[in-house]
Design a protein around this ligand. Structure first.
Ligand SMILES: C[S@@+](CC[C@H](N)C(=O)[O-])C[C@H]1O[C@@H](n2cnc3c(N)ncnc32)[C@H](O)[C@@H]1O
Length: 345
């Protein structure tokens, strides 16, 4: 799940935007509600005897509903790198864990194939990726994901991960900081923010979320600040998103995770991905299109020479409804994409 960002236009949506969102990181709605639940279940096609992976099990919201649809010989592996998320999931999924239908594993989805090999599972019926961070992580000031609450500049999904946001902010050269902000936050004022960071850390290290948010605010010209607030977006949103992506190597991991999941899908198996910002979604879209691509010969060739056949077909896309956004404002930037692996010709 992602943080606040500009809403995307959905032509099917009611123009009435619904109730205002609670402030980012306010701690309201800390309970994690599974996003696009109905669509996930529809596209994942839960077979009672199937083997499924929830690659980002989080608080277990989606996993609970998937597990409910599995029979005694079905299996769901729930992966997460965050032990606190796994504790919450364990609580929620206790009955299924006891029956052996669900197993929770502390692992990155990048290592999904190792997790399957260790269990002697060759291929699976479906894999779900619900990317980004959960409401539980965002609401916890100790994790440092939220600029609205004072906390250490951490932002690691995996508390044993190698680098924190504070390390990046306090040690990276200005050009690298600016690149991160530009590439991962699509931040227009990347260079200004990077030099403000470097200026500030000469005096003392930047240690907390609020320190960084205030510094970003001061670095951005006032008209741009006002424009950002008018759109319901704190001017530090992009900086925080960028740092979170860099800390957790999110884009690189998503690419590796999707490839690993696809390799281990059975023919006819489904891959369902929910992304929360345009960078992630672009990557997912590119991945799906690549897998669904057939012949790449130039159109002037009378017959196909490349012999390339689609490995998959794209089976669905979904955005949250107005009702879901009204009930769960964090769903508003969610986008689901689904593919089905083709049988081997
Ligand atoms: C949006 S939440 C998932 C919420 C979940 N679908 C639910 O309904 O409760 C995303 C989760 O992915 C986890 N995550 C992030 N990177 C990961 C990785 N490389 N491998 C496994 N889990 C990861 C985060 O720790 C977080 O708990």
């Amino acid at each position: 799940m992602g943080e606040a960002k500009p809403p995307r236009r959905n032509p099917n949506r009611n123009p009435n935007p619904g109730p205002p969102r609670p402030p980012e990181g306010s701690g309201e709605r800390a309970e994690h509600r599974p996003v696009l639940l109905r669509e996930v279940l529809r596209h994942l096609v839960v077979r009672p005897r199937g083997v499924y992976i929830d690659a980002t099990v989080g608080g277990g919201g989606h996993a609970y509903e998937i597990a409910r649809r599995l029979g005694p010989s079905g299996k769901l592996l729930g992966l997460d790198v965050d032990p606190e998320a796994l504790t919450v999931a364990e609580e929620r999924l206790r009955a299924f864990l006891e029956r052996g239908v669900v197993e929770l594993v502390r692992a990155s989805y990048v290592d999904l194939e190792r997790v399957l090999d260790e269990r002697g599972i060759e291929a699976v019926d479906g894999v779900l990726f619900d990317l980004g961070l959960s409401s539980l992580q965002l609401a916890d000031p100790r994790r440092g994901f939220s600029f609205q609450r004072e906390g250490p500049l951490d932002m690691r999904f995996d508390p044993e991960g190698t680098r924190t946001a504070a390390e990046i902010v306090n040690t990276y050269p200005p050009e690298e900081l600016a690149r991160i902000l530009r590439e991962y936050g699509e931040e227009r004022y990347a260079a200004r923010i990077a030099s403000a960071i470097v200026e500030a850390r000469r005096i003392k290290p930047i240690e907390t979320t609020r320190e960084l948010a205030d510094l970003v605010l001061r670095a951005i010209p006032q008209p741009a600040q006002r424009a950002s607030f008018r759109r319901g977006l704190h001017p530090a949103t992009r900086t925080f998103q960028a740092l979170r992506i860099a800390v957790n190597r999110e884009l690189e991991n998503v690419e590796r995770g999707l490839e690993a999941a696809f390799r281990r899908l059975k023919p006819g198996g489904r891959l369902v991905v929910i992304s929360f910002h345009s960078l992630e979604d672009r990557l997912v879209k590119r991945f799906l299109r690549e897998k669904a691509r057939g012949c790449v010969c130039p159109p002037e060739l009378p017959v196909c020479r490349c012999g390339r056949v689609p490995e998959a077909r794209i089976v669905g896309r979904a955005l949250p409804s107005e009702e879901e956004i009204a009930e769960n404002p964090r769903a508003r930037s969610a986008r689901l994409r689904a593919l089905e692996k083709e049988p081997i010709p």
